[in-house]
Ligand binder design. Structure first.
Ligand code: G
Ligand code: G
Ligand code: MN
Length: 406
């Protein structure tokens, strides 16, 4: 707790509530986490005046207030970009609080909590951690990489693009069901370049099909090596939406499968929900051919896109992979819980297995386990690892995880 307290100490907070008792309660919970820099306002109008002259990291916003209510305040904060992080607090019906949270999120704010009053200490702690993680992530994202398509081509030709493996575990007994193959570019200047950066370069400059096939070949080669040692588990490989345009993709994959004696049933191709929504018939054509050959298909990043249930029902998929944005902090977020429950029901109706990614903490793990998810992937269980590290994890660390969590 001490380390956490130090982390939170430098935060500056605004508490907007017309009730003195509620303001004082929030202030005392914040102070118990070491936060000293706390400003208050009794309505939206006063909050905006304070925000104009004070730097604030996070605001607690009550909904019902005289003069200017919380809903107007949130819209104003978003349109003037006065602040990034908010927590919505109210004594109103939880569904109403949640829907206002959704509004704020859609307006571009980062809603780290939507809670019924009175604010609970453990919820605040989880929300503050969420905020620090989000800030870290944003700092990393703003790092700029001066990389060209040429650099990527050179890296591919020099065999500098590597693959790492992240385990997917069966929920009940933490059995290894498979690994996801994730491309990695160790760069002499930048360290590991995040895949988001170089995959997008590859997609924009017509290199993605080359990259995809290199990743697939490396994955198949490794699969064969493991199989020769008696290690058999599924391997999941990401396909870019652009790959759906490559008419010859299935044949190229089949040739590689033959070369490395791959059993198609042991391979899953992950394709994002939006790739399906954007090009339903093309997606169905490519995916159906892969499926006919026996490969498994997973709908990736589910929940970040806009595919309709009807579109999903037509894709020959076997698995629905629920995006980490719906998973992280699910134990404390009733809104995510509601979405998860309906998603799991839909998956049952469509005869899809469910995988959740982004299992980062024990509370989320327990919640997900109790609610009928099939398979989990996440930093709590294992991070993406290079081959040797993965083998050690499998041999030595998985059994420890089982003892700890089951
Ligand atoms: O570890 P992570 O940061 O690995 O990956 C970030 C994103 O990059 C994920 O959404 C993942 O789907 C994508 N990604 C990782 N490797 C590949 C790959 O080989 N092909 C494609 N198309 N996407 C990949
Ligand atoms: O392709 P997809 O978006 O499913 O790729 C998985 C991505 O999620 C990779 O970038 C991987 O590193 C990341 N990831 C896996 N587990 C976790 C987790 O527990 N937390 C977070 N934040 N990211 C994760
Ligand atoms: Mn994926």
């Amino acid at each position: 707790m001490n380390q956490a307290i130090n982390q939170f100490e430098s935060l500056s907070i605004l508490v907007v509530d017309d009730s003195l008792v509620q303001r004082e309660h929030v202030i005392s919970v914040c102070q118990s986490y070491g936060i000293k820099n706390i400003t208050t306002a009794v309505n939206g109008k006063e909050a905006i005046e304070k925000l104009a002259i004070t730097k604030v990291d996070l605001a607690f916003i009550d909904l019902e207030m005289p003069v200017m209510d919380g809903v107007s305040l949130i819209r104003e904060i978003a349109s003037q970009k006065l602040l990034k992080f908010i927590i919505v607090l109210s004594s109103k019906d939880p569904t109403l609080i949640l829907s206002i949270g959704t509004m704020a999120q859609n307006d571009g704010l980062c809603v780290i909590g939507t809670f019924k009053k009175p604010l609970q200490s453990s919820f605040l702690h989880a929300s503050l951690n969420k905020m620090l993680n989000e800030k870290n992530r944003q700092n990393k994202q703003t790092q700029s990489y001066d990389l060209t398509a040429e650099d990527l081509l050179v890296a591919l030709d020099k065999d500098n693009i590597l693959i790492h493996f992240q385990p997917k575990l069966k929920v009940e007994i933490l059995l290894l069901s498979g690994v996801e193959v994730l491309a990695r570019w160790p760069h002499e200047k930048y360290g590991f370049v995040p895949p988001d950066k170089f995959i997008s370069i590859a997609e924009r400059f017509g290199i993605i099909n080359k990259l995809t096939l290199i990743v697939i070949e490396k994955a198949f080669k490794q699969k064969q090596l493991w199989k020769d040692k008696g290690a058999i588990f599924n391997m999941a490989i990401n396909l870019s939406p652009i790959s759906l345009n490559d008419k010859g993709l299935t044949e190229k994959i089949l040739l590689l499968a033959e070369k490395y004696h791959i059993i198609p049933e042991e391979i899953t191709f992950e394709i994002t929900e939006n790739a399906i929504a954007d090009h339903v018939s093309r997606a169905i054509e490519v995916l159906a051919r892969l499926r006919l050959k026996g490969f498994q298909i997973s709908i990736d990043d589910y929940g970040t896109g806009y595919a309709s249930v009807q579109q999903l029902s037509r894709v020959p998929a076997c698995e629905l992979k629920i995006d980490k944005s719906m998973v992280i902090d699910i134990a404390i977020c009733p809104q995510q819980q509601a979405i998860l429950k309906s998603t799991l029901n839909m998956a049952i109706d469509l005869n899809l297995k469910t995988v959740v990614e982004g299992v980062e903490n024990l509370d989320d793990f327990n919640y997900l386990r109790q609610h009928g998810v099939d398979t989990m992937q996440g930093f709590l269980l294992a991070k993406p690892m290079e081959k040797n590290r993965f083998e050690v994890w499998w041999k030595e660390e998985l059994s420890l995880l089982r003892k700890k969590y089951t």
